[in-house]
Design a protein around this ligand. Structure first.
Ligand code: ZN
Length: 147
């Protein structure tokens, strides 16, 4: 933590407290100029980056995921609020994994788990695209399993 007065990187902590949000506040004293200042520590919930099947990486994109789920739910009795809720839920679950990167398949699985409870047709549409269920026997097997 650099001193805001003299930019010296070393300081000592003279007091630590928590604010009402649970963030940590530290009172510090610069080891060089002896000025006092405070620093805050707060947790940052980072969403992991997505590793795609071709091994390229991309940032998690809430809107893009929501759009993908929305397309699967077209003309189905699923509300925008449900789609937003599922998107948010998947994002939070990814954050809770605490990983730097996750395979895109992990997202697909989470979306499908959610869709399965919401709407089976939307689930099947999503599965066809993301599991690349591009042949009838695989589809048939999944439908049989659902029924
Ligand atoms: Zn200083």
């Amino acid at each position: 933590m650099r001193c805001p007065y003299c930019r010296n990187p070393k300081s000592k902590v003279i007091d630590t407290s928590h604010d009402s949000n649970g963030n940590i506040r530290r009172r510090r004293e610069c080891l060089s100029c002896e000025q006092r200042f405070s620093s805050y520590e707060r947790p940052i919930l980072a969403t992991p980056r997505i590793v795609k099947t071709d091994n390229s990486r991309e940032d998690f994109n809430h809107e893009k995921l929501k759009r993908g789920i929305g397309i699967s739910c077209a003309k189905r009795p699923v509300s925008d609020a449900d789609i937003e809720r599922l998107t948010g839920q998947v994002e939070v679950e990814l954050q809770k994994m605490g990983k730097f990167e996750v395979p895109s398949r992990v997202i697909g699985d989470k979306v499908m788990e959610g869709l399965k409870e919401m709407d089976e047709i939307a689930y099947m549409r999503y599965a066809i695209v993301y599991l690349k269920m591009d042949n009838l026997p695989t589809l048939r097997a999944e439908i049989d399993r659902l029924l």
